[in-house]
Design a protein around this ligand. Sequence first.
Ligand SMILES: Cc1ncc(COP(=O)(O)O)c(C=O)c1O
Length: 407
Amino acid sequence: MNRIPEDQGGASAKKPLTPATRLVTGGRDPFAQHGFVNTPIYRGSTVLYRNTEDFLQRKAKFTYGTKGTPTTDSLEVAWTDLTGAAGTVLVPSGLAAISIALLCCLKSGDHLLVPDSVYRPTRNFCDSVLKRFGVETTYYDPLLGTDITRAFKPNTRAVFTEAPGSLSFEMQDIPAIAKAAHARDIVVLMDNTWATPLFFSSHAKGVDIAIDAGTKYLSGASDLLLGLVSANERCWKDLRATFDTMAICAGPEDVFLALRGLRSMRVRLLHQQESGLAVARWLAARPEVARVLHPALESDPGHAIWKRDFTGASSLFSIVLKPMPDAAAHAFINALTLFGIGASWGGFESLAIPFDCTPFRTATKWVPGGPAIRFHIGLEDVGDLTADLEKGFAAMRNVEGYAADGV
Ligand SMILES: Cc1ncc(COP(=O)(O)O)c(C=O)c1O
């Protein structure tokens, strides 16, 4: 029964396991836990040593609460195995993961490239903390592939990537960017939260430091905050040293809940992928909708890259409505009963929010032509969700001034 395969410390398996199995076996050692299936929640600051000699040499697997416990070790081992990284650190949020990833590879005087479509708080971190510490950030068009070289300066130290882009879903050519960056010894970082390691193997595609907001699909329940940063051999030492120095460590309950989420993450994602695509296709056929921004749809400009590099799609996407007042889009969302109005996605519940990228684009222009809405599709029945959306469209039509082209 629960013997751990050889490549995770056990004695049975010879050939590498598939991700589906790794999600179940990764980071578990039941007989180190008296036979219980899951690693329990270890809470603690002090770690006791048997004698002064051991204390002085820190001779123990776990040396201090901030540096790790058997609980955090379980998730770190499982995530490292899943991502094919050299190591992983766990921090208290996705944004903390982005911050520590950037801090571990940058210093004063360095230049950083960040896609214009990046998660907005990442931009805020670059424009405030990094700027204050002497790191210059240039925002680039996320559609640049090999041409990213044109943005390189002699002091460019890192290129940040995120695919697809937050809210607007531009696909980035990560292998092309990584190849260009590595030719100049530039570090490549990626926020891989949308795809997770299950649908995009970031390290295999050239990413040195990968970030996942475990708050989203790893949790799957909107009940925790967590960030995971994995690094390849090139960057692991610097990442771990920065983590140990700053002690921005994740809470034990959140890590335990994330371990629970990990075991079912693939099943949920596969289901949400299908539901997300079904709702996206349904929306694409509506007369009120101008465009659906979802890279797994054949009509999406990023579809070819998605098909080449990704093995699946999660259930977060956006739509652009035909020209109409913002009030009509708001009435649509307000009329929905199965879609919550909230920012953090990846849970079992569906969400819908209005958005406008105009105020935070500097390298590109956001001119959608109509109000935009981001959807997250949860685990509800697709028929129930589309029936709810029908009600939203009915409410939209009742707003004064509503007159979408062709409707
Ligand atoms: C793409 C992306 N990365 C990172 C984060 C940050 O995660 P957290 O909310 O855990 O800070 C988010 C949150 O919405 C996100 O959408």
